[in-house]
Design a protein around this ligand. Structure first.
Ligand SMILES: NC(=O)c1ccc[n+]([C@@H]2O[C@H](COP(=O)([O-])OP(=O)(O)OC[C@H]3O[C@@H](n4cnc5c(N)ncnc54)[C@H](O)[C@@H]3O)[C@@H](O)[C@H]2O)c1
Length: 456
């Protein structure tokens, strides 16, 4: 990653230091003798979160990306009493200011510090953990730097924009001994857990086939953004150059910026990559493929006419062959594949989606009331995705969706996309994580960065 001098630790200097109970932080510390008076928040690591001392203090959290999901995640963290959001960063001042306001209103103070450049936020030694919800083309740069700066990370799905970048994140998290939670929050929802556990316990017999149904098109952006499709100068509140960052520079068009960047392969991966971190993630969980993957991938997509504002496939179908003879279809816009995840076995099936839980045998529905001998395999259980992350930061035990899991859950999507783009079937070596005998397709495992950005 490009090196800039990191500003000296920009400690917070709160204008208002008052808590809801009327006690200032300074007087609170003085009264409780909780710590020597420090000019800023006491980072959890200083209090022993990495080691033996009881983690009795709040985890200090920085927010990177104040858009749609960044705001949602921040609100979830604000509901958790064992963390304190102390900083937020966005290259769009309006979004940044809005979120800082939300945080300060919640804590009834002015302590959340605003940043334009995430490297400055990451340079703060008093921040324990960060939440990263940036467009996909930024995931790897921000996450690798965060791991290097010894932050624990709640990072959004898909893990990164390319398989090569995902490998870099996995490596950085491992080498720096960081806790990672992926935003694949479906694992923390009861019906998804139940569905995967039924399948893992073999109630549907031997798994033969898995169907994963994803949305098609562009979430209505064709209509909602139709008056914002022409290039114009970026607005003053937005640093468009930094927003584009390592991606190829293309003209600023309002309708493909916030939220709708994902329909352009320069920044995202269309519906396939937007959703495989959810429903393929669950498919893998049920099949016990968290460390495994497909060996053959063949995909077809229907693309918009060239030269348009967006270029992602609107309709797609990926056929994959997995170990144990399991076949998987991931499809968007194919009516024969229902939304969500469906495992089909020799003795039955399970189908789960956000508003659906269906099984071939109704006796499986009250799953926890079934005899213990049918439920021997117990999957990791979390009832709150953000709370699970914070608990892992304290315990140093893995979260429910570590980086390696997210890496494997999104490899099928990445390979499907590559197969669509080169127009042929691919062979994948799970162990070496390489595409076999196809130099052109292999080139798409990584991407070139705009100067001067580099992934270190
Ligand atoms: N887990 C989920 O259910 C879920 C749902 C939606 C989105 N997501 C993921 O969250 C991520 C963000 O998606 P979104 O819908 O919130 O997008 P968004 O466009 O609404 O928000 C992204 C924000 O990042 C900011 N940004 C861009 N470059 C930046 C930089 N260099 N430094 C600081 N800020 C920068 C943008 O200005 C914007 O405010 C994506 O990876 C997406 O896949 C996850």
């Amino acid at each position: 990653m490009k090196k800039i001098p990191i500003a000296p630790s920009p400690h917070t200097s709160p204008k208002s230091n008052h808590r809801r109970d009327g006690m200032s932080r300074r007087s609170f510390i003085a009264k409780t003798g909780a710590a020597l008076v420090l000019p800023t928040f006491i980072p959890g690591h200083a209090l022993g979160l990495d080691g033996a001392v009881a983690p009795s203090k709040r985890i200090t959290l920085g927010i990177i990306g104040c858009g749609n999901m960044g705001t949602g995640n921040t609100k979830s963290f604000l509901n958790e009493s064992d963390c304190q959001v102390v900083a937020a960063c966005d290259v769009d001042k309006n979004r940044l200011n809005n979120l800082v306001k939300v945080v300060n209103e919640q804590y009834d103070n002015q302590d959340c510090k605003a940043y334009h450049d995430f490297r400055e936020l990451l340079g703060r030694k008093d921040i324990d953990a960060v939440m990263i919800a940036l467009p996909d083309h930024w995931h790897a740069m921000a996450s690798v730097e965060a791991a290097r700066q010894k932050k624990d990370i709640y990072g959004e799905k898909p893990l990164a924009h390319t398989i090569g970048e995902q490998q870099a994140i996995v490596r950085a998290v491992r080498e720096n001994d960081r806790i990672w939670q992926t935003g694949s929050w479906q694992r923390s929802v009861r019906n998804f857990h139940k569905a995967a556990e039924i399948v893992r316990n073999g109630l549907i017999g031997t798994i033969k086939r898995v169907e994963v149904g994803l949305p098609r098109d562009y979430n209505g952006a064709e209509t909602s953004e139709k008056d914002r499709m022409l290039p114009v100068p970026p607005p003053p509140e937005l640093d468009y150059d930094l927003w584009v960052g390592p991606a190829k520079m293309i003209p600023y068009i309002p309708g493909r910026l916030h939220r709708h960047w994902r329909w352009n392969y320069n920044f995202g991966g269309g519906q396939l990559m937007d959703w495989c971190g959810h429903h393929v993630d669950i498919a893998h969980w049920g099949c016990d493929f968290d460390s495994s993957g497909p060996s053959e991938i063949e995909a077809h997509g229907e693309f918009p006419p060239p030269g348009g504002v967006w270029d992602a496939a609107k309709v797609f179908r990926v056929e994959l062959k997995y170990p144990r003879g399991i076949e998987m279809t991931i499809a968007g816009g194919h009516p024969d594949i229902d939304g969500g995840t469906k495992w089909i076995g020799t003795d039955g099936w399970v189908h789960v989606d956000r508003a659906k839980f269906d099984v071939s045998n109704p006796a499986w529905k009250p799953w926890k009331q079934m005899p213990e001998e049918l439920r021997k395999i117990k999957l990791y259980e979390s009832t709150g995705h953000h709370a699970n992350f914070l608990a892992s930061v304290k315990s140093r035990k893995p979260t429910i969706t570590p980086a390696e899991t997210a890496h494997h859950s999104t490899i099928p999507g990445h390979l499907g996309l590559i197969s669509m783009l080169v127009g042929r079937k691919l062979s994948w070596d799970v162990k070496t994580e390489t595409i076999l005998n196809d130099p052109e397709a292999s080139k798409l495992l990584t991407r070139d960065y705009r100067q001067p950005w580099k992934l270190s």
